[in-house]
Design a protein around this ligand. Structure first.
Ligand code: SF4
Ligand code: SF4
Length: 69
């Protein structure tokens, strides 16, 4: 079984880079589209709110899960 990072950049990403400065861990770079460094990403979910076209997807969003408690 793979232990994949839960942060996913969807194909619709246009590589605008708007999400890059909002990652507190500097895990995002852009080469035509956003690339998340799985070593740096803590899956905090902050970047998800800053993509204007919802191209960032976090499975089991921890922020939403925390709010449920
Ligand atoms: S994930 Fe969204 S904000 Fe980030 S580069 Fe792609 S389209 Fe732009
Ligand atoms: S989930 Fe958090 S750590 Fe991972 S790329 Fe987005 S803002 Fe950065």
């Amino acid at each position: 079984m793979h232990c994949e990072n839960m942060m996913t950049v969807l194909d619709k990403c246009v590589g605008c880079g708007e999400c890059v400065p909002f990652c507190p861990f500097e895990a995002i770079t852009t080469y035509g589209m956003a690339i998340v460094d799985k070593e740096k990403c803590t899956e905090c979910g902050i970047c998800v709110d800053y993509c204007p076209i919802d191209a960032l997807y976090l499975k089991g969003n921890k922020i939403k899960d925390n709010n449920r408690q």
